[in-house]
Design a protein around this ligand. Sequence first.
Ligand code: SAH
Length: 248
Amino acid sequence: MTTAILSALAEEQQGLIELLREPRRVARAGREFWLGELHGTPVVLALSRIGKVAAATTTTTLIEAFGVQRLIFTGVAGGIGPGVQVGDVVVASEFVQHDMDASPLFPRYQIPLYDRERFACDIALGEALLAASRASLESLALPATVHHGLIASGDRFVSAAEEARALHAALSNAGHAPLAVEMEGAAVAQVCHDYAIPYAAVRTISDRADDSAHVDFPQFVTEVASRYALAIIDEFVRELNKSSARGV
Ligand code: SAH
């Protein structure tokens, strides 16, 4: 079973490429894909690129051209839920698109013709990512919290406290209180739903989507994000490999 590991940032991907056995680079759809084996598990590494459409194209290519059978996403996000701080980790249980609005034809946030606002992540993969996140934060001796819940995606870098507050309030009023905001996850979740491919996602919090997000984001990305992502994915794939060896 081939696992796709989709990263948002080149910094996150670099460490993983270095761990690949017999890495092979393939170009497709204007993107680069890295094929190889990670701790005995066949994987394809790709960069999602930024925004929902780019992430959907990458995901579709992974499924259609590379035949991946499960997909893991790692990236950074803005923390907008109460108590979700810079340096924390959020494992997604579900995704909503905060910029989807076909009202009054369809209820606000509902994806037209899907009859739903949210796409759920695979429970078993999500649990495995949660365990890997907790274990790697502990081994890195980082005093961060691991959260599990809803993530909101949209084609917008949220970088103003008032906007983040309004976004959180509007989503919460509609019953979709999110922990974090980013720009790709819900698109990947929708494509994986279409193809019935199990999907799970982990985001480290780079900023609070507030007035200092434009400063916090690049600083976090260059200084810490890649270390987190590498440690979490490394741990996750080792465990995945052990459970497939046990036939789980
Ligand atoms: N030129 C920048 C653009 C990053 S856009 C760069 O590549 O360095 C921000 C990325 O991080 C997106 O992929 C998004 O998913 C995530 N992200 C982090 N903080 C965010 C926020 N406050 N709002 C929206 N997306 C955020």
